[in-house]
Design a protein around this ligand. Structure first.
Ligand SMILES: C[S@@+](CC[C@H](N)C(=O)[O-])C[C@H]1O[C@@H](n2cnc3c(N)ncnc32)[C@H](O)[C@@H]1O
Length: 209
């Protein structure tokens, strides 16, 4: 799906997003979001910030910037920022082509962003994150995978068309496959919820490696 189509989808769904996500948010995501921000400090990017669901877990001593394609999602995030009293700069920006200088961020977090990006957008997005990440920084990605369990996989297959239609998302992305081509090395990959939500931590490869 083109960036234009994705933006249109999120402009449409923004006002329902938090309500639709409520069961998953409370049933699954909350404890996982916390883990994504553990140990993050300095300048931190929340890429695809959405309605700001990660805000409660931003480290108090970090300077956080949240970017998103959709003004309607950003407007919701701004309301959450005011409600929670969180210090975060919110910017409308495409993760495939950001306006940040090279080596800008100490940590970059992307929760449920790569499942929304097309297969053809995975490498460009990862390359862009690699470009704006400091050499000693980290990129932390939380995303879906198809379960290997036949019963769970079948249920996910039933959900897939709705998820595609509503969010432009897919369960079968494999962002880590693009890490070497993006100049990143995977330092951690593990499932945080059953075998369907995974954490991937990457960092810029050293020039020698
Ligand atoms: C599934 S939502 C996840 C939102 C949030 N990170 C969360 O965990 O709830 C995906 C978000 O990524 C944004 N997005 C999609 N493609 C993007 C792109 N190319 N650049 C920036 N944001 C994008 C969408 O507008 C949407 O807000």
């Amino acid at each position: 799906m083109s960036v234009k189509v994705i933006r249109r989808k999120y402009e449409r769904i923004a006002r329902l997003y938090d309500i639709l996500e409520l069961p998953s948010e409370y049933g699954r995501y909350r404890p996982l979001r916390r883990q994504l921000f553990e140990g993050a400090s300095g300048i931190v990017l929340d890429a695809g910030v959405g309605t700001g669901r990660n805000m409660p877990y931003y480290p108090a001593d970090a300077r956080v910037v949240g970017i998103d394609l959709s003004p309607a999602m950003l407007a919701r995030a701004a309301r959450r920022r005011a409600r929670l009293g969180v210090a975060v700069e919110l910017l409308e920006m495409d993760v495939l082509q950001t306006a940040f200088p090279d080596r800008h961020f100490d940590a970059i977090v992307a929760t449920f962003l790569f499942c929304v990006l097309d297969e053809a957008q995975q490498l460009p997005a990862l390359k862009e994150l690699a470009r704006i990440c400091k050499p000693a920084g980290s990129i932390r990605i939380l995303d879906y995978a198809f379960s290997r369990n036949p019963r769970k996989r079948a249920i996910m297959r039933l959900w897939a068309p709705w998820v595609r239609w509503a969010y432009g998302a897919a369960f079968d992305r494999n962002v880590e496959r693009y890490a070497p081509a993006a100049g990143l090395e995977i330092v951690e990959r593990r499932f945080l919820f059953q075998d369907i939500i995974k954490l991937i931590v990457a960092r810029p490869s050293s020039p020698a490696g």
